[in-house]
Design a protein around this ligand. Structure first.
Ligand SMILES: [Zn+2]
Length: 242
């Protein structure tokens, strides 16, 4: 294969998709990761309907952020590409996006239930509840459905910063997560799945009977603890890591 102009970006997107394929978050071809190169004005994304095993750099598709057209690669891009495009256009600070149908996160999405911040595992990554998107209008479902899904995600963050809570449940569908690059977007999908799993187990324990009635404040993490944990890893005064 002749070296392509976007090989470095495609390689990163390949590795993030392979990581997703091996993570246990997806079966078959479900799920996709993309990453944007803002300087080049493109993003690279998984091809549509291609298995993770044996996926190669040349399978990864490069799409223009301006036109939405494929600019490199012979495959058709993921069917969710218009959703990714919508988010990259709306949120300039986002560098990578991941979508999957992992079990617990998808259960929350299907139930249309926000994931409340119940503990510090959640607070380390998500600065508050993970929201659910609005319902799509019939017209949106009929025309440009995947783009409308992106619009609904953006609407869910009208009053919140998507960098503070880098995840959403698309109503009756599944989770989308994002980050500075594709690998971080994938890692946020992993964390979201684990956090949703923990919340589910907590409900089974009956640790908070009131939670089943709509998660009132009693069951939620103290605001000070939420801030403490989130700010240890994020922001100017972060102390976590090397
Ligand atoms: Zn999906």
């Amino acid at each position: 294969m002749i070296a392509g102009r976007y090989d470095a970006l495609r390689e990163r997107v390949l590795q993030a998709n392979l990581a997703l394929g091996q993570s246990g978050l997806v079966i078959l071809t479900w799920g996709n990761v993309s990453e944007a190169d803002r300087v080049a004005g493109v993003f690279a994304i998984k091809p549509s309907g291609v298995r993770y095993e044996g996926m190669k750099l040349e399978d990864i598709v490069v799409v223009s952020l301006e036109t939405g057209e494929v600019v490199e690669g012979r495959r058709r891009p993921s069917s969710d590409t218009p959703t990714h495009l919508h988010l990259y256009r709306a949120w300039e600070m986002v560098g990578g996006i991941c979508h999957c149908h992992s079990t617990y996160a998808t259960a929350y999405a299907q139930a249309c239930v926000r994931l409340p911040c119940l503990g510090t595992t959640h607070a380390d990554t998500f600065y508050g509840d993970v929201p659910v998107t609005r319902a799509l209008k019939a017209q949106e479902i009929e025309n440009a459905y995947e783009d409308a899904t992106g619009a609904a995600i953006v609407d869910a963050f009208k009053k919140a910063d998507p960098q503070d809570v880098p995840a959403v449940f698309v109503r009756q569908h599944g989770p989308f997560t994002w980050g500075v690059d594709g690998m971080e977007a994938f890692e946020h999908a992993l964390i979201l799945e684990e956090t949703a799993h923990i919340a589910h187990v907590q409900i089974l324990f009956g640790a908070s009977q009131t939670m089943a009635l709509g998660y009132p404040n009693e069951g939620k993490l103290d605001k000070k603890l939420l801030e403490k944990h989130y700010m240890r890893k994020h922001g100017a005064a972060a102390t976590y890591g090397q």
